[in-house]
Write a protein that binds this ligand. Sequence first.
Ligand SMILES: NC(=O)c1ccc[n+]([C@@H]2O[C@H](COP(=O)([O-])OP(=O)(O)OC[C@H]3O[C@@H](n4cnc5c(N)ncnc54)[C@H](OP(=O)(O)O)[C@@H]3O)[C@@H](O)[C@H]2O)c1
Length: 425
Amino acid sequence: MSARARSAPGEARASAREAGSGDFRVGLLGHGTVGSAFVVLLEQRADEIERFNGRRPVLSGLLTRTQGDFEQILAGADLLVELMGGIEPAREYLLRALHAGKDVVSANKQLLSQHGEELFETARERGVRLRFEAAVAGVVPVVRVLEESLSATPIDRIHGIVNGTTNFILTEMTKGASYAEALAEAQRSGYAEADPSDDVSGRDAAAKMAILARLAFGAPVHLDDVRYEGIEHLHGDDLQYAKEFGLGLKLVGTAERREGGLSVHVHPTLLYPGHPLASVSGPFNAVTVESRTITEITMSGPGAGGPQTASAVLGDVVSVMTGGARPPAPPLPIELIDDVESAFYLHMETADRPGVLAAVTEVLGDHGVSIKSMVQRGMGQSARLVMVTHGVLESRLRRALQRVAEFEFVRAEPRMIRVIEEEFL
Ligand SMILES: NC(=O)c1ccc[n+]([C@@H]2O[C@H](COP(=O)([O-])OP(=O)(O)OC[C@H]3O[C@@H](n4cnc5c(N)ncnc54)[C@H](OP(=O)(O)O)[C@@H]3O)[C@@H](O)[C@H]2O)c1
């Protein structure tokens, strides 16, 4: 996402000023979409923050590729805000700051999902805070809710629409646009980068789900532990058939406890209208937290954008200033499970002749796949068999579909999409 609203470099230099003795000095690394909005917001909110907190946050130094010196910024700051993105040198700078005993705020999901344990461990050792509200779902305050408000609640599952670009594209596709048309519209509206691969491949959502899983379950989940699938291969007709079953399509990240282990994955997923994520459309993000004790809580809001993300970043700064945040907790060893049960939507293209349906349902039945609803449609020479199954282990369904694909009457590789059955009505 890149609704870029950057200040000119000259303005940036003018914003860093001499700090007074009672000031809280904020060193900023990065002055792009979010960094420049953060500088503006910090100036706008400084009086109010000083009024209730007693200390005034001031920008004490600013680093970009062309200005500022990291050593000086580190030495002159009480806290560093990292809004550069990428792995290096962000990782090195954050480790240096934490080792120097400085609190750190970052919005960098790629860094946290790949090097989080190293950073958390260092923060723990040094007794300093590492805050990252803006790294997941932008301004939606899911990190703080998991860490603080729900810290006494055993969490069973989290579902998240945590990538606004793909949610925008899927919303457009639901209205009838093709994938290519919807992506072009997302780029025109500033919701997708010129290179959207991290978003549409599901990798960006996977990074955020790794961070959420770490928070909710305490397990050291790395981006490489998250299975993900994007939206590039989706067919418009799957969205139309899904509508006939009353289902809507979203790219959903899931982190859930399963038989003593943990499963974390991101997939295109179909939802019934009663699910709280079903109505989240356009570039919005939302996260649903499920627990036996609280049923479910859903938080939603803008997932990106300079001013929106900057507000989550400044919230983290204030939380450190007020002493509200703790150093990260040590990780818990939890086994990661890959193969989990789900309901699935299936799409099969076959020859249009008697016996096809019976043969397909027999193979599915032999593999323990039971069908909840089905549509069969003749299209001249060929037919479409579209169905929604009851819950079944993914590996079992894949084996069944391999067998189905071997029938000579099957005209194309069968397609499958996960379905979430809960509706919370
Ligand atoms: N954009 C959003 O809506 C959004 C939402 C949530 C989270 N985030 C996260 O926020 C972070 C910042 O995103 P952004 O969109 O603001 O990025 P951006 O517009 O690309 O800005 C990056 C800034 O970092 C500076 N920078 C990059 N590499 C540097 C290096 N090696 N040394 C010094 N400075 C360097 C750049 O310097 P120059 O100015 O010299 O190029 C630029 O000022 C990322 O981690 C991103 O994932 C962004």
